[in-house]
Structure formats: structure tokens, C-alpha cells
Design a protein around this ligand. Structure first.
Ligand SMILES: *Cc1c(COP(=O)(O)O)cnc(C)c1O
Length: 435
């Protein structure tokens, strides 16, 4: 059975058994753009933005939805997200530069990161970005000084670490005590940070932020953390902390395999807003505006990677390796996080599975396996394979390992495709080298 739930909304299998995305046949896309190629379905992208904005605003009208650029961003997408009414989370001077270049509004840009450099903070100040989310005492000091030198007052949120485990991969858990991110509430650092933020002459502390990790399939960690952080905030009312904005971050899960059922956006919205409302009522505190920061849940389900099969190696009684023309250079997630994916033979998308194979990449690492022991129809060299749910943290984490050019990005809609990033050339690979 074709795993529809992990593919973009417009995905279907045509009468020839071929995968069609946004009205474009996988083989036509492969012919036109080569492989590997990352295909993004425009309808899914827009629907995911609307679903976050609508579901949260239905329950709490003062909600800002900020797209976490690190999941993947480029100028065409930045324009598209702005059209949909999204703000942007950036985590580096490079992401900020991309937002500036794409001419999106910087009022709803949030600058995150545990070690922003003096240069990055200066760039944020020079460009009048809306919000800096302060993550360390070092940064608080530095930003206050730089803002003073620039003759500005910078709006900030403070990132606190609530000490709550969202039960995801250890590499993507961020809100626990043993984490490099944020001021720990437990140790008293968060309290000191709030006092420092309130006292800072050139900073305007307007709220708190936390981010638990990703992907989070459970609602309870959000409920617990929202309650805990609001109660923490209430302790500082007397000292002058006015919680105008409150951000429980991102981390909303998507389905990578057919058996996964992530909560719908409406369930995350309900869990967060109902907890916030109840706790604020209990504390007799005004409801702050909410900042939601989805990355994966916006672009992940919209993306499909298409590869072409080359070598096939059967080790009798052990394993059959089917190698494709991409791998860890465009999708590091299986190697880094043991991430699992569905794999579909794009030209045989509704054929019965016949054999157990392992999908290997072309990179010089034995760990470069995209999917291990998956059941697929009989495959041949030259066949196309599609990996769905590949929009987030794949191209954005891509590397040029082994001097492989990074793949192109193509947006599809209504039977038309549009190149929004071309494939790198060999010249691109040597562009920065100095002889
Ligand atoms: C990475 C990150 C996000 C987005 O996480 P997703 O899992 O992609 O939704 C949001 N906020 C912060 C601070 C982050 O670091």
C-alpha cells in the first residue's frame, strides 16, 4: 500500500503506478532536473502554514507564527512564507542575511542561538530586527553593550530551560538541565537572567521563550512546560517583569513512517492554549501573546527526495544493498539520529513489496544508509526511489562531503514545476578555494 499519510497532500499514484507530486510525474521531474532532486509541494507548504495560523488563532487570536528557518529556507520560500503571514526564526547571521535579502519584514524575526557572535548581534541591531532571544549571561552583557553603542533599545525574550524531557532523540532534546541551551530554572540561572534583563539599560525584556526539542509526539511535555514557565514568570511580576510575549517554541512532530501518528496541529494548539489560559487565570495574570515556532511541521511533509538507483549488491543470506545517487550528503538524519523513512519505488508505487533491501547512499561511509531492511518491489538499476517527509533538516543540513554537489530544489503545483535552487556545479564546489 502506498503510504499516503507521509507524502504531500497532492501526492498520488497514476494509472501506470507512477508517483505524481503536485500534478508532476516523478519521472518527468527526474528527467528535467536530474537526480537526486528535492521536490516541495506548494499546496502542502501553504496548507501547513495556514493550519498553524488558523488553529492557534482560533483559540488565541494574539498568536504569531514564526517559521524556523533552520528546517530549510531559501529566498523563494521566504517570500512564500511571508505571503502566508509567517514571521521567521533565525539562528545565524547567514539566516538573517537571507531574510534581509529576501526583503521580508524583520519586525517578526526572532534571533535564536546559544552562542551568537558579536558580529551577528551587531548585524541584528543594524538591521533593526524585531527580537533577540537571549540565551546566556555573556550574550545579555554583550547585547546590552552593543545596543548602547548603537543608541538603540533592543526588544528581547529570555530563553529558559524548564527541565522537562519531551522523550525524543537525545541529540534533539533541548529543554532539560543537561543542555547547552537556555537559562535553567532549576539552578536559579533563569531568575538571575530575568533580573539582569530587567536591569539592562538598553534591553527591553518583554517575555520568555522555551523550546523543548523535536520532534515531540506527546502533548504532556508542552502542558507541563507552559504551566511551569508561566508560574516562574509570575514570581517576577513585583520586580517588573511584564509577560507580553510567551513562546513555547517549535518541535511539532510529523509522520516519517506509515505507523506514526503525530498529533494534529489543533491538538498542539489546544494543549498549549488551554494550559496557558488556565494557568494565567490561576495566577491572575494577563494572557500574553503567543509565539509559535514550527519548522519541521511546515516543510517536512511537503518535501520528497527522488533518487536514481545505480549499483545493486546482493550478499546472500546477509543483505541486499540498493545504492542511490545521493545519501548522507543530502540527508544526514538516518546516520545522525537513526531516523527512519518510508521508501517508495517511484515508478512502481502501488506494486506489491517483494524483497527486503537496504537503501545505501553513494558516500564513502558504511553508515551512509538511508533506510535499512525495507520491503520494496523488485528493483532494477535505473529505477527511481522516493523518500517522503524529507523537506526538513535534509537539504538544510546538506554537505559537500566527497565533493558531491548538493541537489536542486523544485517547487511543484498544478502540474507545473519551478526550480527554486539549482544543482551545484563542480565550479561551485571550488568557488571559495584560493590557489
Ligand atoms: C529548531 C527550533 C525550532 C523549530 O523546531 P522544529 O522541530 O523544526 O519545529 C523552534 N524554535 C527554536 C528555538 C529552535 O531552535
Amino acid at each position: 500500500m502506498f503510504p499516503q499519510s507521509v507524502f504531500p497532500d497532492t501526492a498520488k499514484v497514476d494509472s501506470q503506478g507512477e508517483l505524481v507530486l503536485g500534478g508532476c510525474r516523478a519521472s518527468d521531474l527526474a528527467d528535467e532536473y536530474g537526480t537526486p532532486v528535492y521536490v516541495l509541494d506548494e499546496e502542502t507548504l501553504r496548507a501547513r502554514c495556514r493550519s498553524f495560523i488558523d488553529e492557534f488563532r482560533k483559540l488565541h487570536p494574539a498568536t504569531h507564527v514564526s517559521y524556523a528557518c533552520k528546517a530549510y529556507i531559501n529566498p523563494a520560500l521566504a517570500r512564500l512564507f511571508e505571503e502566508e503571514g509567517m514571521g521567521f526564526d533565525v539562528v545565524s547571521g547567514g539566516e538573517l542575511a537571507l531574510a534581509i535579502n529576501s526583503q521580508v519584514s524583520l519586525d517578526e524575526v526572532y534571533f535564536h542561538g546559544n552562542n551568537k557572535t558579536p558580529q551577528e548581534l551587531s548585524e541584528a541591531l543594524e538591521n533593526n530586527i524585531g527580537w533577540v532571544v537571549v540565551d546566556s549571561f555573556y550574550e545579555m552583557d554583550l547585547l546590552d553593550r552593543l545596543a548602547g553603542e548603537a543608541g538603540k533599545t533592543q526588544d528581547i525574550l529570555i530563553r529558559v530551560s524548564p527541565g522537562i524531557d519531551p522523550h525524543t532523540h537525545v541529540y534533539t532534546t533541548t529543554g532539560i538541565l543537561d543542555s547547552k541551551f537556555g537559562f535553567s530554572i532549576q539552578t536559579g540561572d533563569a531568575a538571575n537572567a530575568v533580573r539582569m534583563g530587567l536591569a539592562a539599560k538598553n534591553l527591553n525584556l518583554r517575555g520568555l521563550h522555551f523550546h523543548l526539542g523535536s520532534p515531540i509526539f506527546e502533548l504532556e511535555p508542552y502542558r507541563a512546560a507552559v504551566d511551569l514557565v508561566l508560574r516562574f514568570a509570575a514570581e517576577f511580576r513585583e520586580e517588573g517583569l511584564e509577560l507580553q510575549r510567551f513562546s513555547p517554541g517549535g518541535g511539532f512532530a510529523i509522520g516519517y513512517t506509515r505507523d506514526q501518528e503525530p498529533p494534529p496541529v489543533s491538538a498542539y494548539a489546544e494543549a498549549i492554549v488551554s494550559t496557558m489560559t488556565a494557568t494565567c487565570q490561576d495566577l491572575k495574570m494577563d494572557l500574553p501573546s503567543l509565539v509559535i515556532e514550527p519548522g519541521r511541521a511546515i516543510i517536512g511533509p511537503a518535501g520528497v527526495a527522488i533518487y536514481r538507483i545505480g549499483a545493486i549488491k546482493d550478499v546472500p543470506g546477509v543483505r541486499k544493498f540498493v545504492s542511490v545517487d545521493g545519501g548522507m550528503g543530502d540527508n544526514i538524519r538516518p546516520a545522525l539520529y537513526q531516523a527512519q523513512y518510508e521508501v517508495v519505488a517511484a515508478g512502481k508505487a502501488n506494486w506489491e513489496p517483494e524483497e527486503k533491501v537496504t537503501i545505501a547512499g553513494k558516500y564513502c561511509e558504511s553508515g551512509d544508509l538511508l533506510a535499512t531492511d525495507v520491503m520494496l518491489p523488485k528493483l532494477e538499476s535505473g529505477d527511481l526511489l522516493a523518500i517522503p517527509a524529507a523537506g526538513a533538516y535534509c537539504p538544510s543540513m546538506a554537505s559537500n562531503y566527497n565533493m558531491n554537489p548538493r541537489p536542486p530544489m523544485v517547487l511543484v503545483k498544478d502540474g507545473k514545476s519551478r526550480l527554486i535552487r539549482r544543482r551545484e556545479s563542480y565550479q561551485d564546489l571550488m568557488h571559495c578555494d584560493v590557489v
